[in-house]
Design a protein around this ligand. Structure first.
Ligand SMILES: Cc1ncc(C[n+]2csc(CCOP(=O)(O)OP(=O)(O)O)c2C)c(N)n1
Ligand SMILES: [Mg+2]
Length: 675
């Protein structure tokens, strides 16, 4: 069934700032039209929730239209960036897409824009820079920063809009993002939708009495102001001025909009926490009937009635299309996790062979990428003049300049969100974490924002996250092996090279991938001797395991620094025990390509897995489970799994050696296993 034709007035979802001055009556009529439209759709969806036809957390925007409608009308939909929140249905309707398309999202049917993989207001329109929100409030601020910066880098005069509520204003990401925007001078309007409540919690239980949120702007070196979103005309004028100023100055601003939440937190909210009469007081301040009364008292009276009737009929006819649309089918669900591989990038056949450490090989790789790929950026703490904690980025700032190689503040979450925004808009950032475990600060951004991006929205998120990992005498907080933690979340790829050439290849392969890829770089390998490194046209083979030693007695799987140890162990066992192992360097931890290893296991009937990380919930558990599931009937012995103790990483070298696998311990375990 085709989609019904919308009322003509919806065809121009814009409000030129000048119109507010030249023809305020027409401007207000346009604003009213969209407010009425958004309110009616929100109300109809509440009906469907109550009938059990819409599910999930249905959060309404009733009461917030006085903010979101003028703002979205004033924004430049051709260049600007938004990530609407759960109160911003009006913004979604204005940004684009037929109403049936939005209803399909809420009905989670076969034609849903997220293919019913995400619910309700989480859809966005990434192709048009409306970045789909995730539930974790505050998180999207960083992403808006990145996509806005990406637009500016592409020469487009964009403004970004980062929304959050009074409740979300307490999240760390909001503060990290405001600091980052001010530091980088990004043209972003931070919009606080202050409706007085976070779910059931009033502002009096969220921040100290007397706090005026907009005043926080001063602490970040930006301008701030408050606006009453129940006074639609004044709100529209203030927003027009603010947007114009941010666009012209490229400085961020903070706007605290005093707004309303008329229908509680979500469709299921009992609102039993409201004070007597409080709900009535909200409705008394509702801007929609007040604006209607104003227009109905003037020459627009007839037009108001006519557009309401036209919108009502349109909305009902769209419901008639979306409601009977078939339920979604699970076909293609798993294939949708990762963005499919693109064509290999046209790399130049250089550099020529040189003997390099792994740190130098990564440096050459970064230099090659920055030289050949204009969409690339390198960011991270101390990676500029200092060259990074491990000197991997040494010299890059001098060669490529601060716009492409830059230090970030200690704000891993917002900086990763910023990198995600850049990636979604067509840039390809490479982010260095100073030590892998500082990535836990950005866990939400990595595992829930970046990793799920393609599955839930179809958008590509080409991002390289460099994790200097592994123990190297630095104690608990700089020595983690985090592959199990991160790669247990779907949507992340992971490469873990063990040689300088593999590190060079892995960087190029990760770079050209259209998904977030974690590059695990063992600190103990950065300077473990120099080895030949050159341009390798077969660099994409890094996604498969490499055979390191050949043998028939057992299949031995390892990765990272442990591959070097495993090779020494194999050589020792070959000499002393006269047993030869088929040793594989796994290299790609996600996605897993185990066919070569399985072919080996089918011959050897014995399996050893060695990794540096902890045993319990360790990566070896997954490897052993997968391989044994398929080869159980052919195994001649129980698999042997070797890893670290289930402890935080201890500091003193003697204790660290007791914690992690060492050559002697691995030989002893294998010797005992051989019997
Ligand atoms: C980081 C985070 N913690 C908890 C929640 C659960 N939650 C969803 S909405 C909400 C209240 C948000 O309040 P506010 O930011 O004021 O936005 P409002 O719903 O009032 O528009 C909470 C606690 C969440 N989404 N994100
Ligand atoms: Mg709130």
């Amino acid at each position: 069934m085709g989609f019904p034709a919308p009322p003509a007035i919806l065809a121009a979802p814009d409000l030129p700032a000048l119109e507010l001055e030249k023809d305020p009556a027409e401007a207000l009529f346009r604003i009213y039209t969209w407010m009425y439209y958004a309110r009616t759709v929100d109300n109809r969806m509440l009906d469907f929730f109550r009938q059990g036809l819409m599910k999930g957390t249905l959060t309404g925007g009733q009461g917030n239209e006085g903010l979101i409608v003028p703002l979205a009308l004033l924004a430049d939909k051709a260049v600007d960036v938004v990530s609407f929140t759960h109160r911003d249905l009006g913004g979604h309707l204005i940004w684009g897409g037929h109403l049936c398309h939005h209803l399909n999202q809420y009905f989670a049917n076969a034609d849903s824009p997220t293919r019913a993989r995400e619910g309700n207001i989480h859809h966005g329109d990434p192709a048009n820079r409306s970045i789909p929100m995730i539930s974790h409030l505050g998180i999207m601020c960083g992403t808006v920063l990145g996509a806005t910066d990406s637009q500016r880098r592409l020469g487009r005069p964009a403004v970004g809009f980062a929304f959050f509520g009074d409740g979300s204003s307490s999240t760390g990401d909001v503060h990290e993002a405001m600091n980052l925007a001010s530091l980088l001078s990004l043209p972003v309007v931070f919009v606080i939708e202050n409706n007085g409540y976070a779910y059931s919690t009033p502002v009096s239980e969220q921040f100290a009495p007397g706090t005026e949120l907009w005043r926080r702007a001063a602490g970040y070196g930006m301008e701030g102001l408050a606006v009453d979103a129940t006074d639609v005309e004044a709100c529209a004028r203030t927003l027009a001025t603010t947007i114009g100023k941010v666009r012209a100055t490229s400085r961020p601003m903070l706007v605290e909009a005093r707004t309303l939440r008329l229908r509680g937190h979500a469709a299921y909210d009992t609102c039993n926490y409201l004070r007597p009469g409080e709900s009535e007081s909200f409705f008394a301040r509702d801007p929609l009937p007040r604006l209607r009364a104003r227009l109905a008292a003037g020459p627009e009276a007839k037009r108001v009635e006519a557009i309401e009737a036209e919108l009502d009929a349109f909305i009902e006819s769209c419901i008639q299309v979306s409601l009977p649309t078939p339920r979604p089918a699970p076909a293609g669900l798993e294939a949708g996790l990762f963005a499919p591989p693109g064509a290999p990038l046209p790399w130049r056949a250089e550099p020529a062979e040189e003997n390099l450490t792994m740190a130098q090989a990564l440096n050459r790789g970064l230099r090659k990428i920055l030289t050949e790929r204009p969409e690339s950026l390198v960011l991270g703490q101390d990676i500029g003049t200092y060259g990074g904690a491990f000197k991997v980025t040494e010299g890059l700032l001098d060669e490529f300049g601060r716009s492409r190689v830059f230090n970030t503040p200690l704000a891993e979450s917002a900086c990763t969100g910023y990198a995600i925004g850049l990636a979604v808009n067509g840039h390809r950032p490479i982010e260095e974490f100073q030590f892998a475990d500082f990535a836990t600060e950005a866990t939400t951004q990595i595992t829930l924002n970046a990793a799920t991006m393609h599955f839930r929205s179809g958008a590509r998120c080409p991002l390289v996250l460099r994790f200097p990992c592994g123990s190297a005498g630095l104690g608990s907080f700089h020595s983690q092996e985090l592959e199990s933690l991160f790669l247990s979340m779907p949507g992340l790829k992971g490469l873990y090279p063990s040689t300088p050439q593999d590190a060079f290849n892995a960087l190029l392969a990760a770079y050209e991938d259209d998904n977030p890829v974690i590059l695990f770089e063992h600190k103990g390998l950065y300077r473990r001797g120099k080895h030949p490194v050159a341009w390798d046209p077969g660099y994409r083979d890094i996604w498969r395991p490499r055979r390191v030693r050949a043998g028939g007695h057992a299949t031995f799987v390892s990765y990272g620094e442990m591959v070097l140890l495993a090779a020494e162990v194999c050589d020792y066992l070959a000499t002393e025990y006269e047993v030869a192992f088929d040793l594989f360097d796994l290299r790609a931890l996600s996605p897993l390509r185990l066919d070569d290893i399985e072919a080996s296991l089918a011959r050897t009937h014995r399996l050893v897995v060695l990794h540096e990380g902890r045993i319990t919930h360790g990566f070896g558990a997954e490897l052993v489970a997968r391989l044994v599931e398929r080869h159980f009937a052919h195994l001649a012995a129980a698999p042997l799994r070797i890893g670290a103790l289930d402890l935080p990483v201890p500091f003193a070298p003697e204790l660290e050696a007791a914690y992690r696998p060492t050559k002697d311990k691995v030989i002893a375990r294998i010797a005992a296993w051989l019997g």
